[in-house]
Write a protein that binds this ligand. Structure first.
Ligand code: AHR
Length: 501
């Protein structure tokens, strides 16, 4: 099979916002307790946070971390988790039916984020709470001394405001599983009032209004239009969430997940722009794709309602990933790069233990899942502007998504027109090798390094040994891969079957 990819540094779609390489830490399962935080662990710092996890987070290249949920936020009382830890009371988190000890709260998280050099993205509870609690939290985080909530923060030991820029107006409020779920009109009105109050406290913040929980929601499209009809002039971004998985051995559809994500983005952009057009507005709402990943939701997750009531950081949705999953994650990231003009913020859900690229054992090691590799390499190499890449490739017919391209590509350009660094990301979704003619007219490329990840056929198995085996057999540095740089203008690459490069 053959494909051709054409790129030129003069043809750019948008600047890559570094916030595209975000992730997510929710009070869910072992994301916080025995995830980022485990006092007594041999690598724990003076604050009780695991150094090994923080180091892997840096290596992953994560820029933003969303917190504290997710579904969790919709029944969260943030005031109960600030101040002296010994005075905090546990509560039953209804989203995940887990007793939350409240040991880690806003200050502990924000200070961890600051120490680790990641930008926090906070969410407010618009399920069981409303305008006052949301505005108070913004004041607690960002206010200067001399008002009630800012002074409480100072009394709790933090003088300087945290300066949190990104704020989610609730989470997945269209989902019937959400605590305090609302219809689009109820939510739109509440989001507009909460957002208004939050921006009155701190006009510099950016607001993310909830879009649909997935494209499969019955209210998809209508929800975006209604919610934006209340909030268009106020908010900056609308959220998108999407999880993909292999169902019933349908490998072809699973490998086509990037195309599903691509169509989903186009539809949300169209919905938002339709609202803008009706208002004759020049403002463009952008997208915060603040939950995306491979998640075996349909095939492995029993459903929130079927979870037993648990305590002590139970193991919930600790999906184990394969090389195949890593190829799909790479394809999804490439899709986000291709929408750099409209998607400035994204978050791989999640960071550690819960559907995550980083896993830990309590009192034990931390390790990388196979999905770690394409994320880390993309976050490292995709810089500057996204290029308008033209791909010519055969198509594959899939059961779920119809015809999808057999090869996908994205590229970024960092530098001036004649001198800079180009990063190219390619996926071969077919079971055969594909020879790609990479055409870059007028541009002499000297090849740097890279990475190739190939899919496997074995079931994924939990544990550092298995992850290391997948890494040894399916993750190859590009120097060792078959790449030929030819004359100025063309480079030929052979993409391994079912691979991300
Ligand atoms: O990331 C896991 C869960 O998925 C989040 O809590 C929720 O927002 C989504 O349904």
């Amino acid at each position: 099979q053959r494909a051709s990819v054409l790129l030129h540094p003069a043809f750019r779609t948008g600047t890559i916002d570094r916030r595209l390489f975000g992730s997510f830490v929710e009070h869910l399962g072992r994301a916080v307790y025995t995830g980022i935080y485990e006092p007594g662990h041999e690598t724990a710092d003076e604050h009780g946070f695991r150094r090994d996890v923080a180091d892997l987070t840096r290596e992953l290249g994560v820029t933003v971390v969303r917190y504290p949920g997710g579904n969790f936020v919709s029944n969260y009382v943030w005031e109960d988790a600030v101040g002296p830890v010994e005075d905090r009371k546990p509560f039953i988190d209804l989203a995940w039916r887990t007793v939350e000890p409240n040991t880690i709260g806003t200050d502990e998280f924000l200070q961890w984020a600051e120490r680790e050099g990641v930008e926090p993205m906070m969410a407010v509870n618009l399920g069981t709470r409303g305008v006052a609690a949301a505005a108070a939290l913004v004041e607690y985080c960002n206010g200067e001394a001399g008002s009630r909530w800012a002074d409480l923060r100072i009394a709790n030991g933090r003088e300087k405001p945290y300066g949190v820029t990104l704020w989610c107006l609730g989470n997945e409020m269209d989902g019937p599983w959400q605590i305090g779920h609302k219809d689009a009109h109820e939510y739109g009105k509440l989001a507009a009032e909460a957002g208004k109050a939050m921006k009155l406290v701190d006009p510099s913040i950016e607001l993310v209004v909830c879009g649909s929980s997935s494209m499969q929601m019955a209210t998809f499209g209508e929800w975006e239009q209604t919610v934006l009809s209340y909030t268009y002039d106020l908010v900056d971004h609308i959220s998108m969430h999407a999880y993909y998985e292999e169902v019933g051995g349908d490998r072809a559809s699973f490998l086509g997940s990037g195309t599903a994500m691509d169509r989903f983005i186009d539809r949300v952009v169209a919905s938002a722009d339709a609202v803008g057009a009706r208002r004759r507005s020049d403002k463009r709402i952008t997208i915060s794709f603040d939950e995306w990943n491979v998640w075996y939701l349909e095939t492995r997750f029993p459903g929130e309602q079927n979870l037993p009531l648990q305590r002590d950081a139970p193991r919930i949705i600790e999906d184990v990933y394969s090389g195949l999953d890593a190829v799909v994650v790479g394809d999804l990231m490439l899709t986000l790069l291709n929408h750099a003009d409209r998607v400035p913020v994204a978050a791989l859900a999640q960071l550690v233990n819960v559907i995550a690229p980083i896993m830990t054992e309590p009192d034990g090691p931390a390790w990388k899942q196979p999905t770690f590799h394409p994320f880390a390499t993309t976050a490292r190499l995709a810089r500057g502007d996204a290029l308008d890449v033209r791909v010519q490739a055969p198509t594959i017919t899939t059961a779920r998504y119809g015809d999808v391209p057999a090869v996908t590509a994205a590229a970024t350009w960092d530098g001036a027109e004649t001198d800079g660094q180009v990063a190219v990301f390619l996926v071969n979704r077919t079971a055969e090798p594909v020879e790609v003619e990479l055409r870059h007219p007028g541009l002499a490329l000297s090849l740097g390094g890279g990475l190739q990840v190939t899919a496997d056929h074995e079931p994924a198995v939990r544990g550092p040994e298995h992850a290391a085996k997948v890494e040894a057999e399916h993750v190859t540095t590009l120097d060792a891969a078959p790449v030929t740089a030819s004359a100025v203008g063309t480079t030929t690459l052979t993409l391994a079957p079912e691979s991300w490069t």
